[in-house]
Design a protein around this ligand. Structure first.
Ligand SMILES: [Fe+2]
Length: 256
């Protein structure tokens, strides 16, 4: 018998596969470096907004155990050494990766947010407001957060990594310039296992750390539909973000 969690797992996997084959991401191997850097610089605005997304969810959640899981992930964005001194934040590491990929400081700082990036960023925040005020609010918040800020982020970087690897190396490599942001998030944000997987102990990715709280919230068909709706909404927003770069892929294809 197919359980509700099975249905949700299948739905997520189908969305991930559809995302991978989405036009701009699928053509990433043929993009010029100028075009690729433009995508990454726009993508940075979504990375900057992740703190707002996380803080909203923390305030909106009522469950202390889910709040704790969400807070832990947010605090990883601002690491400290053993004496409590702040280290370089994840957004600073993103800036470093962009410089090492060939973007200039001015290019990153002065490019400005495109109207469509801004629209996606603001709609992502308003989507959290849509999660409130109904019986499945906790599920909606954690489902949207997990898929928008963790699962799809890892998929995005996985699709981009073959190109990024032309100029950056995995941190484990002794050669080249190590990626300090993209590689880390590709590994540490990913979905990794199905919802309801009983083996979730220690060394969890961010997606898994949030996934632990979802099965207990899916107690009827309406909850399942709500979780799927949030997965879909996160997917639509990310697809919309990349749709602004479709012209890159077609320009490359027509030059061949
Ligand atoms: Fe993460």
């Amino acid at each position: 018998m197919i359980t509700m969690l099975d249905q949700l797992n299948r739905h997520e996997c189908a969305r991930i596969e559809a995302f991978k084959t989405h036009l701009s991401l699928a053509k990433v191997e043929s993009l010029s470096w100028d075009d690729l850097l433009e995508i990454l610089i726009q993508r940075r605005f979504l990375s900057l907004s992740i703190v707002n997304i996380y803080e909203f969810v923390i305030d909106a959640l009522e469950s202390e155990s889910i709040k704790t899981a969400v807070r832990l992930i947010l605090h990883e964005e601002y690491p400290r050494n053993t004496r409590g001194v702040p280290l370089v934040s994840h957004r600073e590491l993103l800036f470093r990766d962009l410089l090492n990929l060939g973007a200039s400081r001015d290019q990153i700082l002065m490019s400005g947010e495109s109207p469509l990036t801004q629209e996606v960023r603001l709609q992502s925040l308003s989507q959290l407001e849509c999660c409130l005020g109904h019986v499945h609010s906790e599920l909606a918040l954690v489902s949207f957060l997990r898929f928008w800020a963790e699962v799809l982020v890892a998929v995005e970087y996985e699709c981009l990594w073959p190109r990024l690897a032309e100029r950056l190396s995995p941190p484990s490599s002794s050669q080249g310039i190590a990626s300090q942001f993209f590689y880390y998030h590709m590994i540490h944000d990913r979905r990794q296992s199905d919802l309801g997987d009983g083996q979730l102990l220690g060394g969890l990715t961010h997606a898994q750390a949030l996934a632990r709280h979802i099965p207990e919230l899916i107690n009827d068909e309406s909850a399942l539909q709500e979780a799927m709706r949030q997965v879909d909404r996160a997917w639509e927003l990310k697809v919309r973000f990349y749709s602004q770069f479709r012209r890159f892929g077609s320009a490359q294809a027509s030059r061949r």
